[in-house]
Design a protein. Sequence first.
Length: 135
Amino acid sequence: GTAEGPKYPRQMAVAAGRLFVREADGKLSAFDGRTWERNLLRHQVKRSWIGALIPFNGGLAMGGWGTVITGLPGAWKELHLPAPWDKVGLTALAGSGSTLSAGTGKSGVLWIDLESGRCVQAPGGPADPWVTTLA
């Protein structure tokens, strides 16, 4: 690790006593109070770019390019979304239990069941399909 923090933090979440940061390039970094670890997803998941990050069920949930990643470093679970959402960037997340709501960069809002992998697009959807925040 290093003492220098990320140059362009975009989203932050606290889980398991660490500060996790999604950087401008979509990489995940973490701070334990003394040092930074960079690019935590590299070599641990197939698709390491993330566009959304939230605390979730004691760990993290992250939305990527057609992917949801949950858990903590060393124990990530990666869910690849079915077509046509396998080619959609997830830009916002909210949820609990086994369900996430995900904002996208072009398809409005999706509901994702993490146990079955099933995705449902919100009927009608927002007037602007680029969703950047969910609460």
